[in-house]
Design a protein around this ligand. Sequence first.
Ligand code: SF4
Length: 294
Amino acid sequence: MDGRPCRPGPRVGDGNWIAGVFRTSAAHRAGIPSTGMPITIPHVIPGDPLRISASTFVAWKRCPDQANAMLRGIYGPDSRPAFLGSLAHRIFSRHLNRGPIDAEEFDQACREEIGASTLNFKMGGLEIKPSSLSGMIEEVRGLYDRFVRFPGAGFEGSEVPLAHQTDGGVELVGKVDAIYREDVGGHRLVDWKTGELGDPVDQLRFYSLLWALERDEVPVCVEAVSVKTGESHRAHPTMEELEGVAAEVAAMAAEMRGSWNQGTALERRAGPWCRYCPILEECPEGQAAEALIG
Ligand code: SF4
């Protein structure tokens, strides 16, 4: 994030502009506008309720059967980096909402955030002893020292929950790390990474769609920022892109329900992501990829 303003984005309800897009939109023709909005999730075959998050959507793009495992509630074990990342996010949110955290109060602030969240229970599973917590807090302090250098102008909210329910029993959910109002109008959605930046494109597109569905507004821009490395990825969503993501979400829902309704197996696509797959132990394709990649 460099603090530069983004160009203004269109509101979903802007008549002429919308008309030009939606009159030719197959997704619009096929979809059910559950909120009266012009952007919709296209029809999906009936089936069990489906709750799609950014994580499961990204997983589906990589490997449908991994997404299926997550939708069935199978997740990998907690990890130390995940614990550290969650704590850092709570500290970032605390800073944004309550102001800077003094150096001498930082340790206590971290412990309060742990105590007020599920991190308290995860400490047991990860066998993190209170005595070894200090080292982790120092790592979070290092991230926080970098985080405070990012400009905060226009901040409107942190850890903002978003949800959209379609008429077909498909729910889209997400939580955006931070929302900023841009000088030129509109909003910027930011996702903080505490590790490497990775490839955040699909995640950001999913958030853009969800924001548009819930807030009736296309975000001016969306960005992912690695607090650890300083790398960032910034994009300016368009209605055409959002329609494309809506179609992908519908395709995911249809694929999942098709598999569940008929009892058929989903495709497995192996890759570097197999390492963190919750069903790696029962997946020969993933194990072969792991052996190859080492
Ligand atoms: S281990 Fe790899 S190929 Fe197998 S289900 Fe998981 S992500 Fe897919």
